[in-house]
Ligand binder design. Structure first.
Ligand SMILES: Nc1ncnc2c1ncn2[C@@H]1O[C@H](COP(=O)(O)OP(=O)(O)O)[C@@H](O)[C@H]1O
Ligand SMILES: [Mg+2]
Length: 244
């Protein structure tokens, strides 16, 4: 295992439904600290499954997965690992509708056992960071789609994660709100040195990454060793093919 990489996956496999569905079949990936890696590929190729394994929301069936020094195939306490190292943003914001923006951002801090005063202050700072100062008491229904996603990013940053995972974070937003969310993720990454792994099927979004990993049928087919422009052209062609 190389110390150079914060995420190292070797020949990962993951199946569902007692092996009938192969979501990952031999996926390998290496990400350096602070890198912004875009994961692209057609629907169903295993992108979300890969992020779920890195986030330790699920375990691989086989292969090696080492993240932030943890061997995730054997790590005994996955929720502690996640609370320490991982922030995750999904396509749908997954905010709890009955909680305010501030309370939603505080959810991971409950899990870390923080005191109320510290939670409230940190949530206020994080909402300021994502451009939502003054919206602390708003509920998700009182916010736009882009604003909800920014609350979700603030929540993902609550534990000051080394690794930020984003699964189609702009997939349900219009292009202007999507650009704001991407600007925010890039700013967080450059200011905090956070490693950013972002899944997208949008070639424009992918063009923001330092490096693209292209997946097909549960494994990588290109991992940035070819020029990004060539990978983008491939992503664009695949996208046209799957679009109606
Ligand atoms: N919980 C699950 N149960 C059964 N099959 C699943 C589950 N999650 C994903 N799959 C299947 O695994 C494959 C990879 O899915 P996924 O990782 O979501 O792909 P992507 O995010 O690239 O669209 C797909 O065939 C999908 O239907
Ligand atoms: Mg997906």
């Amino acid at each position: 295992m190389s110390e150079m990489h914060v995420i190292e996956a070797v020949e990962l496999t993951k199946t569902y439904e007692e092996g009938r569905i192969a979501a990952l079949s031999g996926m390998s990936l290496a990400v350096r600290p602070g890198e912004f890696v875009g994961i692209v590929g057609p629907s169903g190729c295993g992108k979300s499954t890969l992020l779920h394994l890195v986030a330790a929301l699920d375990r691989p069936d086989a292969g090696v997965l080492r993240v932030a020094g943890h061997d995730l195939a054997h790590e005994p306490d996955l929720s502690h690992y996640r609370a320490q190292h991982i922030g995750i943003v999904f396509q749908l914001h997954n905010l709890l509708p009955s909680l305010t923006a501030s309370e939603n951002v505080q959810v991971p801090m409950f899990e870390l056992g923080w005191r109320r005063g510290d939670r409230v202050a940190r949530a206020r700072d994080l909402l300021g960071l994502v451009g939502l100062r003054g919206r602390e008491t708003h509920r998700p229904t009182q916010l736009s789609g882009g604003e909800r996603q920014r609350v979700a990013i603030a929540r993902a940053l609550a534990n000051d994660p080394r690794i930020l995972l984003a699964d189609e974070p702009t997939g349900s937003l219009d292009s202007q709100a999507g650009d704001q969310v991407l600007d925010l993720l890039e700013r967080v990454r450059s200011e905090s040195g956070t490693t950013l792994v972002l899944v997208t099927h949008d070639a424009g979004v992918a063009s923001r990454a330092d490096r693209l990993v292209h997946m097909l049928d549960g494994r990588e087919v290109e991992d940035g060793s070819i020029p990004r422009s060539a990978a983008l052209a491939i992503a664009g062609r695949r996208r046209e093919r799957v679009s109606p």
